[in-house]
Design a protein around this ligand. Structure first.
Ligand code: ATP
Ligand code: MG
Length: 455
């Protein structure tokens, strides 16, 4: 159990507040898995929690929560909430910042009505297995919704009336699929039946939140299982509408399945997975197909259009459509653009033109692009020739990067010994680089981390 989280509980209880571990951490502990994080539930208000911990901040609008920060460990502290219908009318009594507001379709826009106790708090949680509370001091577990029974039966069951709870927050539908994929549990019939009917409500969820939820589905070790569940429930095509006509093609699904299987293995080996990787894999065939169709059209009808402009306009179209559903941070979409453009360059490079070859292998994204090309080549035999051509350049670039890393580490050690200023984890004098160069470096590092698939 996290020492830091225990400290948070002890401090809250010391100040006469109730405080428990709740949710995923107990579920995972009971399953013998290592919890990803420890969430704390308390009757102290966010403002009170904030005042008790110097190292804390209040975040969230829809749900006000407090993050207590210990280095790179963050303990999330939430105040008991209530899911009672009467809570809607409590708006005036509780004040401006503590309201429960829903829109016409029943979707909750804000949910900050505080609950009196864990019984109330447990009822507004999503699934029974996520509504277990643990008092680590008394060493007692509290279960008001049959969560322990469902753990034993390996069932995901939504708390309350499924249609109401999914309408309040449609994200719960993909959370059901996520936990089923992650834990290998069945979704109870009553929880699964309304999903197909209500799944289009997912389109009402903010695109920023959807981006986070989609990442959790795919890049935290159970991506392949999540992909299969999403296909079963016809939700994949809702999340990635541009792929709708491709999902029946085995070369499309095989490519994604292979890539997700690799990233699941990376996660199990404590290697990071980045969203760039996910989106570049899922949407690659959409881009490639459009690229072929448009270049063919261009060659036939409008030979005057510049190829770069054409590729950019295809990319703009794809991202504009996808971002309506999942808002991607600029660094993510920009990295995908560079990666895909480099695929075209790797394939179409005039190999006898040394200048062209030099410029491609000198790109910060070259190694990541090569990794992606080899991944594609597993499903496209015509790419073997390109892979063979670029392999020696890739090997050389990799060897050089390993050599540089070793040199940097040695430099770090010697400067530590000499008591010099702490070395930044990068090139000597990197702090003096221009903003543009720093950005390019950051991007290249993110890519290397995400794309070095070790396959
Ligand atoms: P993971 O291990 O994947 O983080 P988790 O159960 O901890 O799983 P979180 O997203 O961290 O999931 O949420 C913490 C807890 O908050 C959940 O266990 C659940 O009790 C509650 N919760 C989260 N999202 C919702 C939601 N949309 N509706 C109701 N309760 C939710
Ligand atoms: Mg969690």
């Amino acid at each position: 159990m996290s020492e830091k989280a225990l400290k948070v509980i002890k401090t809250l209880q010391h100040h006469n507040f109730k405080a428990y571990f709740v949710g995923g951490c107990i579920r995972d502990l009971l399953l013998g898995k290592k919890p990803k994080d420890f969430d704390v539930s308390t009757d102290a208000t966010p403002e009170k929690v904030r005042s008790l911990f110097q190292n804390s901040r209040i975040i969230g609008r829809r749900f006000k929560i407090v993050h207590v920060v210990f280095g790179n460990e963050i303990i999330e502290v939430t105040t008991f909430r209530s899911n009672k219908a009467e809570a809607v009318v409590a708006k005036q009594k509780i004040g401006k910042n503590s309201t429960r507001v829903s829109d016409k379709s029943g979707m909750l826009l804000r949910d900050n009505v505080y609950g009196k106790n864990i019984v109330e708090d447990s009822l507004r949680r999503d699934f029974t297995i996520n509504a277990l509370y643990l008092d680590p001091i008394k060493q007692e577990i509290y279960d008001y919704n049959g969560g322990l029974y469902d753990m034993h039966e390996k069932v995901i069951d939504i708390i309350g009336d499924p249609e109401t709870r999914y309408s309040e927050d449609p994200v719960r539908m993909i959370r059901a699929l996520r936990f089923s994929a992650k834990l290998g549990f069945k979704i109870s019939k009553r929880s699964s039946d309304p999903i197909k009917k209500l799944s289009s409500k997912l389109l009402e969820v903010s695109n920023a939140r959807m981006f986070e939820e989609v990442n959790k589905l795919f890049i935290t070790g159970h991506g392949l299982a999540s992909f299969k569940k999403l296909l079963d429930y016809h939700i994949f095509e809702l999340l990635f509408p541009a792929t709708q006509h491709l999902i029946t093609q085995s070369n499309f699904t095989n490519f994604i399945e292979y890539a997700l299987n690799s990233s699941d293995k990376r996660y199990q080996n404590n290697q990071p997975n980045m969203p760039h990787f996910l989106y570049s894999v899922i949407l690659w065939n959409v881009f490639y197909e459009k690229y072929f169709i448009y270049t063919e059209k261009m060659n036939t009808f409008v030979s005057s259009i510049n190829e770069t402009n054409l590729v950019n306009s295809i990319l703009d179209g794809i991202f504009e459509a996808q971002e309506k559903i999942t808002a991607m941070p600029f660094i993510v979409s920009n990295s995908i653009r560079s990666l895909w453009k480099t695929q075209i360059a790797l394939e179409q490079c005039d190999r006898s033109n040394l200048q062209q070859v030099e410029s491609i292998k000198g790109k910060a994204i070259f190694r990541a692009a090569y990794d992606f090309l080899t991944l594609r080549a597993r499903f496209d035999p015509f790419l073997k020739d390109s892979v063979d051509f670029w392999t020696p350049f890739y090997e050389k670039s990799k060897a050089l990067s390993i050599k540089r890393r070793i040199e940097r580490e040695q430099q770090k050690k010697t400067s530590k010994k000499k008591g010099k200023k702490k070395f930044t984890d990068g090139f000597a004098g990197e702090e003096k680089f221009s903003r543009k160069r720093k950005k390019a470096l950051e991007k290249a590092r993110a890519w290397r981390a995400s794309m070095d698939l070790d396959i």
